[in-house]
Design a protein around this ligand. Structure first.
Ligand code: ATP
Length: 384
């Protein structure tokens, strides 16, 4: 799958831009504040209907304007080309269209343009709260059609909010029981879906980490760097379902937690509390690894998911990489790009200087470069 063209209107500092003849590798350069990240944000908005930087639409709409529009034309092997369009206005109304047809549920967008974002905030996946990791955990499910995840998730959320409203009023017993049952029913589905995708992605992650670790260690052969241990060899991923793993299932965990839930006025266990832990021995990986290593691990997690999505469901992923140079030395940048190219159907990457993204890393793929200045995006004529 590939985004062939992208039209952006009134998005951040971009009044109007058309990026046409997009290729497998699209590199966007420009000075600080020129609008590079905004281009990636526009692609992300096509996929997820919202920005990755803020939930406040008002901040994304170009100052003084009433709405932003992003449109993209997409081609996928064996399928008719389709268009995706997103318009969001100041009153936060949104209109999402697939090939001109309005979309009513997020589920209809599944698999149309899965994007994996790697940016300076990616550290949050390891260093931030569990909400980031739940979002990560659920990413593949949002792109697999008919996985049952959407339905289970929305019914679970409804049951959770009803149950919490009753708990806040100190209710238990007959009034709460139907909502607990509803929570257990959909919670079990969520847990099963998450568990099976996690179990499939975890070994792929180990493999990608091994390759990334080895490629940077092997780089020592060039005589320029001292040899080092593979820093990722001891990494362990652990799925935590949202309740004590010593308790056999969610139903039991929920009933055991009831008294405490009533005291505290909310549901303390369940898939809404799920997490993924990354450890080296008994230590949190985020406390052991360097900044560059954390970024590498975060990339490995995203690469592994994309690889699984492709191999298991034949769904392509587009990678958006904002400022790859930050925190990464040249060996790691090259190794990461190699792994990303192995799974991504298309890459958009930004850097201030073109030299920060060496053409040789892109293994002969056709490269399209764009230059951004004060929100104006222009293609750069190159011979690459
Ligand atoms: N709603 C808005 N309306 C107009 N301009 C905006 C709006 N929101 C942000 N901007 C401006 O848009 C510009 C684009 O920012 P962006 O983050 O895309 O730049 P960048 O090229 O990625 O910069 P850097 O290299 O510093 O990360 C900034 O100058 C910012 O001040």
């Amino acid at each position: 799958m590939q985004l062939n063209s992208l039209d952006i209107h009134n998005f951040r500092n971009i009044s109007k831009a058309r990026l046409s003849d997009l290729g497998p590798v699209n590199l966007i350069h420009g000075l600080n504040g020129s609008g590079k990240t905004s281009v990636l944000e526009a692609v992300y908005s096509l996929s997820m209907t919202r920005s990755f930087r803020t939930r406040k639409t008002k901040l994304v709409i170009r100052e003084g304007e009433r709405d932003f529009i992003v449109r993209g034309l997409i081609s996928a092997l064996g399928e008719t080309d389709y268009s995706l369009g997103v318009r969001r206005s100041l009153d936060d109304k949104s209109l999402v269209k697939v090939s001109g047809e309005a979309v009513r549920s997020f589920g209809q967008l599944a698999g149309l343009l899965p994007v994996q974002l790697i940016n300076p905030d990616s550290f949050d996946l390891l260093e931030g709260g569990p909400g980031n990791r739940r979002q990560f955990l659920d990413w593949p499910m949002f792109h697999v059609k008919h996985s049952g995840f959407f339905e289970a998730w929305s019914r679970y959320r409804k049951a959770l909010s009803q149950r919490n409203a009753l708990l806040r009023r100190g209710k238990m017993g007959a009034e709460i029981e139907p909502w607990s049952m509803e929570l257990v029913r959909h919670g079990k589905t969520l847990d099963e879906i998450r568990r099976s995708s996690f179990n499939a992605v975890a070994p792929v992650f180990d493999l990608v980490c091994q390759r990334l670790g080895e490629s940077t260690v092997l780089g020592a052969d060039d005589g320029e760097r001292p040899a080092a241990e593979n820093p990722f060899s001891e990494l362990k991923l652990d799925y935590q379902p949202g309740w004590d793993q010593g308790i056999s299932d969610f139903e039991l965990a929920l009933s055991q937690a009831l008294e405490g839930d009533v005291r505290q006025g909310f549901t303390r266990v369940g898939p809404h509390r799920a997490d993924v832990k990354l450890k080296i021995g008994r230590v949190d990986a985020a406390e052991r690894l360097s900044r560059g290593q954390i970024k590498t691990v975060v990339c490995a997690l995203k690469i592994a998911q994309a690889k699984w999505l492709k191999e298991e469901h034949n769904i392509d992923s587009v990678f958006l990489i904002d400022d790859i140079a930050a925190e990464l030395d040249q060996y790691r940048r090259a190794a990461l790009i190699e792994q990303i190219l192995d799974v991504a159907s298309q890459v958009f990457a930004t850097s201030i200087e073109p030299s920060e993204l060496d053409s040789s890393w892109f293994q002969g793929r056709q490269i399209k470069r764009f230059h951004v200045e004060h929100g104006v995006v222009n293609p750069v004529a190159t011979t690459e």
